[in-house]
Design a protein around this ligand. Sequence first.
Ligand code: PEP
Ligand code: MG
Length: 550
Amino acid sequence: MMKLKGKGACPGIAIGVISYFGSSAPEISYKKIQDPVYELERVEKAKSAAKAQLLEMYEKALPELGKESAEIFEIQRALIDDTDYNNAIENIITSQKVNAEYAVAVASDNFAAMLSAMSDDYMCARSTDVSDVSQRVIRCLSGSSEKKFCSGKRIICAYDLTPSETFRMDRDNVLAFVTARGSSQSHTAILARIMGIPSVIGIGRELTPECDGKFAVVDGTEGIIYIDPTPQIMEDAERKRSAAERRRELAGEFIGRETVTADGKKVPVNANISSVSDLETAVGNDAEGIGLFRTEFLFMECGGLPSEEVQFEVYRSAAETMNGRKVIIRTIDIGADKKSDCFAIAHEDNPAMGFRGIRICLEREDIFKTQLKAIFRASAFGKLAVMFPMIISLKEVKMIKEIIKEVKNELRIMGTAFDEDLEIGIMIETPAAVMISDILAKEVDFFSIGTNDLTQYTLAADRMNPAVEKFYDPHHEAVKRMIKITAENAHAAGIKVGICGDLGSDPAMTEWLLNAGIDEFSVPPSEVLETRKRICEQASAGEPCSRVES
Ligand code: PEP
Ligand code: MG
C-alpha cells in the first residue's frame, strides 16, 4: 500500500479505480516560417475561436455553478487579450520567424513561470489559467480537439487540473480529484468544493502516472490517498462512507423543519459562506439564514479593491437569495493567513497577532466606509445584519458605531433606501472581548463567537502552525469557560449569542453548547441538517434569551 498525504480541498470519502489524467496539452511543432503576417493572422483567428469556446463554457457554467465560479471562464477570456501576453507572442513570431503554435507555447511557459514564482497564492494560481488558455489557443491553431475523459466512475489523479478540465468532467463519473500540484485558492479547488467532490491537492511528485488503473481510497477530509489500500483501510473507509451517507439520509428528514430543542427553544441553524456561489448549497441544505458571510474572499479574489457597486451587487444578491432569512455580513477580516494585494501589509513575524480584521478597517476608513455603504444599501433588499471581527476593546466598538452613523447620514442625504434597524453585532474571538463582554454587550445587538480564533488566542497556539496542532484544542476547559462567560454576559444584557466557529458543527459539542446558552448556530452549509437534527433531539438547559425572536 502507498499512503500519500496532501491537503484536503473538499471533504468526503471515495473508493474506486484511479484514472490518471495526463496532460491534455497538444503536441507543439517547431517550424521556421517566411510570412510572419500570415502567422499573426492565424493567431488572431485562433484567439477568436478560443474566446467563443470560453464564452460557451461560461454560459453553460452560469446556471450550473453560479456567477462567481463561471467567472473563471471570463477571466480566461480576458487573459487572451492581455497586452503583455499578446506582445510576447507577436515578438516571438516576428523576431524569431517561427510558427504561431510554437510562439504561443513559449509565451505561455514564460508567463506561467513568472506567475507561479510569485509569493501571492492568488497570482500563483493564475499560472494554471495561462497554460489552460494557451493550450486552447494552440488546439484552435492546430485543429486538434480536447482530450476525452475516461468513461465510468473513476478517481481522477493528475499532476494538475486546469479549471476548464475540472469543469468539463462529468461530475456523476468523478469519484474524487487528487492532484500533485494545486493550492486551496486555485479555481480548480474552488470548483471541486462547489461540486462537492472529495478532493486532495498538493500531494507532490510522488503522485505519478503509474497509479493509473490502481485501486485507491481518497479521504478528502484528512487530505490522504491510499493506493492499493490494505483490507483494514478499505474496511475503515467503507465504514466512514456509510456512516456519512446514513447521517446525510437521516438529516435529510430535517429539511423544512424548524430547529427547536426537545424543551421547545428555537435555535436557528445558519450557514457560513465565503461567496455568493455558496448560497445555493446553503439554500439546498435549508439553512435558516447566513450566520457568517466571510467577505474578505471577495477582496482576495478580485485582484483589486472591489468597488462599492461590485460589493453592493454581491450583498444584494445574498439578501435576495435568502429571501427574508437573515444574512450576517462580516466586514473584511484580511490579515493573518488571508492575504490580499489590495492591502500592502508589511511582513509580520507573527501575523495572527498582527495587523488584521477591524484593526485594518479602522485605519483604512475609506475602504471600511465603502464596504459599510454597500452593506447598508443592500439592506433594502432583504434582511441583513453586519458584524465585526477581531474586536478587543470598547473603543473599537464606539469608533465603528460613529462610522456607521456617518454612513447612514450620507445615505439619508443621498435619499438612498436602507434598513434603519439593521442589527450590529461583533465577533467574540479574542480573550479580551470575552473578558469585557459584559461591557460590549450593552453596545451591540448580538454576539457571534468565533471559536477558531478564540481557541488560538486563548491557548496561544497558532491555528496555522502544524507544530502546535496538539495544543490547539477547542474542547479545552479554558475555551469552554470563555464561551460560558460570553453567553452569560450576552443574556444578562438581553442580546443573543451565536457561534460561527467550527466548534458549532462538532457533534461532540452540540449538547454542551446548548447548555451553555448558545442561541444560534452557524456551520458550513453541508453541516446544517445534521446540526439541526442533533439540536432537535437534545433538550436545552440554557436560559432562553429574553429578546429572542427568530
Ligand atoms: C472564527 O475565528 O471562529 C471565525 C469564524 O472566523 P474565521 O475562521 O474566519 O477567522
Ligand atoms: Mg476569526
